[in-house]
Design a protein around this ligand. Structure first.
Ligand code: ADP
Ligand code: MG
Length: 253
């Protein structure tokens, strides 16, 4: 059976899409079968792995029931992917039926045997798309910037997770908070890590020992549509993401 992991934080620009892409690459390198699904209407994940976006079916078509899940899957150099569509942004108003939280969970059923890991990239909001992701997931990874405002958002995210657990998915867990764009050499970053540890403890959410350092190399890789492990395997970020992949695997084993 596939393990389904949401990469989520309602804040934009925290490294969700980068984490999905790099974790997928890390898991692939270990020999796992990996599918990425982009639930963000902005469609950054599809671009960053060079997916075809003109004619291929999207997760919007799948959620609407117009296309079978299997037929929306594309191959990319990083891993298999189902791309998003800008039409996803209207889904809040378009899908109003009872049970709309379960659309993605239902759509994934036919393909569960084909992948070891399914990674869900989520939009910067706690709306119906993120709720669908949480409902379908076994666990959540929360990328977080090392700044004080990010810490404040975690309590809101935690509330959303608790609601999903109560009404839609009792076995959902949070694997942990992953600090991104982290600079271990600055005092501020170290202070933030201390605060993050306190908050994590307070909410009973684990904080990953691994963290992801900051480097412009990541934007270079994305601009030529490669994942960081292929683009610059010796870069610190590549090492950080591999270490994170190992830590996550140990935790979820
Ligand atoms: N570790 C990092 N160091 C430097 N820049 C990063 C890092 N991770 C992501 N970025 C950059 O930050 C921006 C936002 O990252 P992204 O993964 O798209 O976040 P999100 O999906 O949460 O909006 C992108 O331009 C990306 O290239
Ligand atoms: Mg994103």
């Amino acid at each position: 059976m596939s393990k389904i992991i949401s990469i989520s934080n309602q804040k934009g620009g925290v490294g969700k899409t980068t984490t999905v892409c790099s974790l997928a690459a890390g898991l692939k390198k270990k020999g796992f079968r990996v599918l990425m699904i982009d639930l963000d209407p902005q469609g950054n994940l599809g671009f960053s792995v060079g997916a075809e976006t003109e004619t291929c079916a999207t997760i919007y078509d799948v959620l609407k029931g117009d296309v079978k899940t299997q037929f929306a899957i594309q191959k990319s150099d990083t891993a298999d992917i189902i791309i998003s569509s800008i039409l996803l942004s209207g889904i809040e108003l378009e899908f109003t039926n009872t049970g709309r939280e379960f659309l993605l969970k239902e759509a994934l059923k036919p393909i569960l045997g084909f992948y070891d890991y399914i990674l869900l990239d989520t939009p910067p909001a706690l709306g119906i798309l993120t709720i669908n992701a949480f409902t379908a997931s076994d666990t959540i990874v929360v990328p977080m910037l090392s700044d004080i405002f990010s810490l404040q958002g975690i309590a809101k995210l935690y509330e959303a997770v608790e609601r999903v657990k109560k009404y839609c998915n009792p076995s959902l867990t949070i694997s942990g908070i992953l600090l991104t764009k982290f600079n271990p050499r600055t005092l501020l970053s170290r202070e933030i890590r201390g605060t993050a540890e306190l908050i994590a403890q307070d909410l009973n959410i684990p904080l990953f020992d691994s963290y992801i350092r900051s480097s412009v190399v990541i934007s270079e890789a994305q601009s030529i549509q490669q994942n960081i492990l292929d683009y610059s395997p010796k870069n610190n970020i590549a090492k950080d993401y591999l270490q994170f992949t190992d830590e996550l695997l140990k935790k979820e084993a």
